[in-house]
Ligand binder design. Structure first.
Ligand code: ATP
Ligand code: LTN
Length: 330
């Protein structure tokens, strides 16, 4: 029997944070046996904000290596670079004609990024969720594992799929967002009401998967905490609650277990424990990524095979779409 399909991606737009790891990539690993998975490196999304070309190319490979180092198996999953499959741009164009300017301009991420990059509010920035819908719908994905911040985009993909199906007849599978609890939203270490982000300017606000052990521990030591001294999860303690979330996500324990472990201990001890736990988990990932990047041939071979498998699946959907909308094809 055919397995349901999963699609997800990350942009090669900066160094990955532990938020990307627990909110996205790590969850993919647990899905790869029960689903047919497509995971891409969303370089076309990344250029909606300015990228340095050489850096973009380097980061694309680093991200591919990181997926594999985190446990994504390139033989089980289709792992590829988005721009290598032209069907994404082609379907995006078609979907643009069923997307209203009003709904695109209401997307929270568009509004945030327009503020952050006020000197470069380009068409691509606004079209970003439509391209993302094209990614998902091309592969007939039933579920899309993402962090909570991307839920609105997956909902737009659903709306577009339903709208297209109503207008042109059954074509797309309507996807569901798949949001994991716990790691769904890791916050900034310095402003715990904001999400931890890879494009944040202050490097001390985010813990990167590339940070060495000392840096990880130092960043956690400097993390903003709240008044009081109890290690307890509470709405009025966003700093400690965020650290507890991170601790549980990396240790694999529940909030109650973590609170119990740190009963009677101060913030200082707790922060060191969080740093050490995170550093222990990311060290082997870093070592495997380094190994993969030292022999680019192996990595390139995975990406070429992924591209071919992705292009085949995408072409099938695109042809169907072209037929439905009345494009001529030989
Ligand atoms: P940018 O800052 O460049 O917008 P980002 O750090 O938000 O990047 P994305 O490439 O937009 O990262 O996201 C990749 C995946 O990681 C998405 O599934 C997203 O939901 C998830 N993710 C990103 N940040 C977090 C976070 N702080 N907590 C949980 N999940 C996250
Ligand atoms: N916008 C996503 C990355 C992304 C994506 C996708 C996620 C691009 N295409 C398709 C899921 C499905 C982000 O995480 N910022």
């Amino acid at each position: 029997m055919e397995k349901p399909i999963i699609y997800s991606a990350v942009q090669p737009s900066g160094n990955l944070t532990i938020g990307n790891y627990v909110g996205a990539i790590r969850n993919w690993v647990n899905l790869q046996d029960s689903y047919d998975c497509f995971f891409s490196i969303a370089d076309m999304h990344a250029i909606t904000v300015r990228q340095e070309p050489a850096e973009l190319r380097r980061r694309t490979l680093e991200l591919a290596a990181l997926y594999i180092a985190c446990g994504v198996d390139p033989e089980k999953c289709v792992l590829y670079v988005q721009s290598q499959v032209p069907a994404h741009a082609a379907l995006c164009w078609v979907l643009n004609t069923v997307t209203y300017v009003g709904e695109a301009s209401r997307m929270t991420q568009f509004k945030d990024k327009s503020q952050k990059h006020a000197d470069n509010i380009n068409m691509g920035l606004m079209d970003y969720p439509v391209l993302m819908a094209a990614d998902i719908l091309l592969y007939r994905a039933a579920a899309v594992p993402v962090g909570a911040d991307q839920k609105q985009h997956v909902e737009l993909a659903r709306d577009l799929a339903v709208r297209f199906n109503n207008r042109f007849g059954e074509t797309f599978v309507v996807p569901e967002p798949l949001i994991f609890r716990g790691g769904a939203k890791i916050a900034s270490l310095l402003e715990p009401t904001k999400k931890m982000s890879k494009s944040e300017e202050n490097p001390n606000a985010s813990v990167f998967l590339s940070d060495d052990r000392d840096t990880v521990i130092r960043k956690f030591k400097r993390a903003v905490t709240d008044s009081g001294s109890e290690v307890r999860y509470a709405e009025d303690k966003p700093g400690i609650s965020n650290l507890l979330n991170i601790y549980c996500a990396f240790k694999g324990c529940t909030l109650a277990e973590a609170e119990k472990e740190f009963e009677g201990k101060g913030y200082g001890d707790f922060k060191i424990a969080v740093g050490e736990t995170v550093a222990d988990v990311i060290a082997p990932v870093q070592a495997e990524q380094k190994r993969l990047l030292s022999d680019k041939k192996e990595l390139a071979a995975y990406l070429v095979s992924g591209r071919d498998r992705a292009a085949y699946a995408a072409r099938k959907t695109l042809s169907k779409v072209y037929r439905k909308i009345g494009f001529w094809e030989a």
